[in-house]
Design a protein around this ligand. Structure first.
Ligand SMILES: Nc1ncnc2c1ncn2[C@@H]1O[C@H](COP(=O)(O)OP(=O)(O)OP(=O)(O)O)[C@@H](O)[C@H]1O
Ligand SMILES: [Mg+2]
Length: 213
């Protein structure tokens, strides 16, 4: 089976795409966002192409490109389709795969199937992205519990935002989870500044997980 990680988040808008762009560059891998909701602005795949600095062929095409920036189940309904989860199997390939999940873990892909159910099928370990903002202890501990309940392997938590030392400590202790690092707010955010920040705050070896049976 292919090596790779799933970039999941405690919520939408926590910084999964930015973190995934940094990680896929560091791993010299391929990026895949299987379900994109919202096409009016730059898509996540386009952002990763810009911020990773990787060639275009490292950005795999989405399986579903849905018009509405909403939960996938609803965005699909608005486009008059239902997501077929069997079409969302992880693609084969040699390079490490960095998959970005849609929204948070309990986001519905259909009215019967959650994002976390699909993560369980992929058999890839998860990096949980958490913003350091207020509310994150609750969101992060709930997400960890949901992953544990389904026996989905968690590499650890990647924080995004300004330092909140007690928040990080509390999550590490009460969630019994590994802290992988914290990506600070980067301004200006470019492929070069992102790469430098990732190298300063994370160890690429933490993500080189071999999931061969
Ligand atoms: N480290 C950072 N420095 C500066 N800006 C950031 C950073 N991380 C994220 N952002 C900004 O925060 C916003 C949300 O980030 P991002 O799109 O990565 O979130 P997401 O979790 O992928 O959201 P979605 O659930 O929509 O996929 C974006 O405008 C992004 O540019
Ligand atoms: Mg995203």
């Amino acid at each position: 089976m292919r090596t790779g990680v799933v970039i999941a988040g405690t919520d939408t808008d926590v910084g999964k795409t930015v973190f995934a762009a940094a990680l896929v560059a560091a791993l010299d891998g391929q990026y895949w966002k299987p379900v994109q909701c919202g096409l009016a602005d730059e898509t996540d795949a386009e952002i990763v192409e810009r911020l990773s600095g990787l060639p275009k062929d490292r950005i795999l095409p989405e399986v579903y490109r849905l018009t509405t920036p909403a939960s996938p189940h609803l965005a699909a309904e608005r486009d008059g389709i239902e997501i077929e989860v069997d079409r969302l199997a992880a693609p084969a390939g040699e390079r490490p795969l960095v998959v970005e999940a849609a929204g948070g873990l309990m986001v519905p892909l259909t009215r019967r199937f959650l994002q976390i159910d699909l993560i369980g099928r992929w058999k890839l370990p998860v990096v949980l992205c958490s913003a350091t903002r207020l509310g994150t202890i609750n969101h992060t501990l709930l997400s960890i519990e949901a992953l544990q309940r389904r026996a989905i392997p968690l590499i650890g938590v990647a924080f995004i935002g300004e330092e909140q030392a007690d928040t990080e400590r509390t999550i590490a202790e009460m969630g019994n989870v590994r802290l992988l690092g914290r990506l600070p707010h980067i301004d200006p955010l470019t492929s070069a500044t992102l790469r430098t920040a990732f190298d300063q705050h994370f160890d690429r070896a933490d993500f080189a997980v071999d999931v061969s049976p």
